[in-house]
Design a protein around this ligand. Structure first.
Ligand code: UT7
Length: 331
């Protein structure tokens, strides 16, 4: 059967940086608490005129430039996001038009923090089906637009950013590098622990919903924390087992960056050496669908991910959504 590989990666983070010291001026918090409880030092925040599609377009252009191809070669665009520019049209349509991907089709994928892992597997399967030659998977979120900067329990956690990966068929020259496997799970019984209550068909926008600040992220942090630490470990363990791989076979684990303590707890339970777990939450916070491509870029630039290495992507997020995928890195 035809395999799929990740052939290029592009990222974008807006230039403005919001530090823990800046947040100390907005809410009753402090750098020490944020660092100790989350591992976050700063996050990037989009300028007012910038929306999710703008960041996605920047990331997509960067991936296309790295691969040296024109946007007209793209067959499909998947934008993973919970902060689309609009309820509709989809952000994928805006990106298609923005980069000039004439002839592509595409859609938005909502799976919160697991969005990018899900997008990657959908993209890989489109390629492996033999019907698509180039699929662009983008994770982009402008979390600052749905964060309540009077709520200290959530405003310290999130940032803005985007990343794009190109998926193509893997050939002889790739020497077996490419997609290995994916495992996912959703559990809607946890839906109330992390959500944006209003603005959809359940509670359409009204003066009342705005007054009650229901268009912002609401989270019961400790519930999500417990679930995420457990499931991140379980999905990675089960995926490795199914593929007869040992943790020592994994070159690098690239987990969703929601909280450094969740990542460390999951890594410890899995038994993977800490130096093989990518953590860059300190510089970006939680960018939701953007964390995996941003962390992958940093893993490459730090020399921790090279062609032929087995990479384990893993995420747990609102929904709940859970997912992990294994790839043998191809560039
Ligand atoms: O990516 C999607 C998935 N999301 C996540 O994975 C997030 C999961 N949850 C978490 O990361 C953590 O639960 C948080 C970082 C959100 C909170 O950490 P925690 O250790 O679970 O703290 P807590 O919510 O139990 O709060 C402990 C204390 C409370 O004070 P009291 O009631 O003990 O007096 C909070 O009010 O810390 C207080 N607190 C803060 N203090 C200073 C909460 N936020 C802050 C803050 N600064 N920003």
């Amino acid at each position: 059967m035809l395999n799929a590989k990740i052939s290029a990666l592009g990222c974008y983070t807006p230039p403005r940086v919001l530090t823990n010291q800046d947040l100390e001026k907005l809410v009753d918090t402090n750098d020490q608490w944020i660092m100790e409880r989350t591992g976050i030092r700063e996050r990037h925040i989009a300028a007012p005129e910038m929306a999710t599609s703008d960041m996605a377009i920047e990331a997509a252009r960067c991936a296309l430039a790295q691969r040296g191809i024109d946007a007209t070669e793209i067959n499909a665009i998947i934008v993973c996001t919970v902060t689309p520019d609009h309820m509709f049209p989809s952000t994928a349509c805006l990106v298609q038009n923005g980069i000039g991907a004439k002839g592509a089709w595409g859609f938005d994928l909502i799976a919160a923090c697991s969005g990018f892992v899900y997008g990657l597997t959908v993209g890989a399967n489109l390629v492996m089906a033999g019907t698509h030659k180039k699929v662009l998977v983008i994770g982009a979120d402008t979390m600052s637009r749905i964060i309540d900067y009077t709520d200290r329990a959530t405003c310290v956690l999130f940032g803005d950013g985007a990343g794009a990966m190109l998926i193509e068929p893997a050939g002889e020259e790739d020497g077996g590098n490419g997609f290995i496997d994916f495992m996912g799970e959703i559990d809607g019984s946890g839906g109330n622990f992390l959500k944006m209550p209003a603005g959809g068909s359940r509670q359409p926008a009204s003066h009342e919903t705005v007054d009650q600040r229901l268009h912002y992220v609401h989270q019961e942090g400790s519930q999500v924390f417990k679930y995420a630490s457990r499931k991140m470990h379980e999905v990675c363990r089960d995926l490795l087992q199914r593929n007869h791989l040992k943790v020592e076979d994994v070159g690098i684990m690239i987990p969703h960056q929601a909280n450094k303590r969740i990542i460390m707890a999951a890594g410890e339970r899995l038994g993977i050496a800490p130096e093989r777990v990518m953590i860059n939450i300190e510089r970006y916070g939680n960018t939701t669908a953007g964390t995996l491509p941003l962390a992958t870029r940093d893993a490459i630039s730090e020399g921790r991910l090279k062609r032929g290495d087995i990479v384990l992507f893993a995420a747990v997020g609102a929904g709940y959504t859970v997912g992990a995928s294994l790839w043998r890195w191809a560039f």
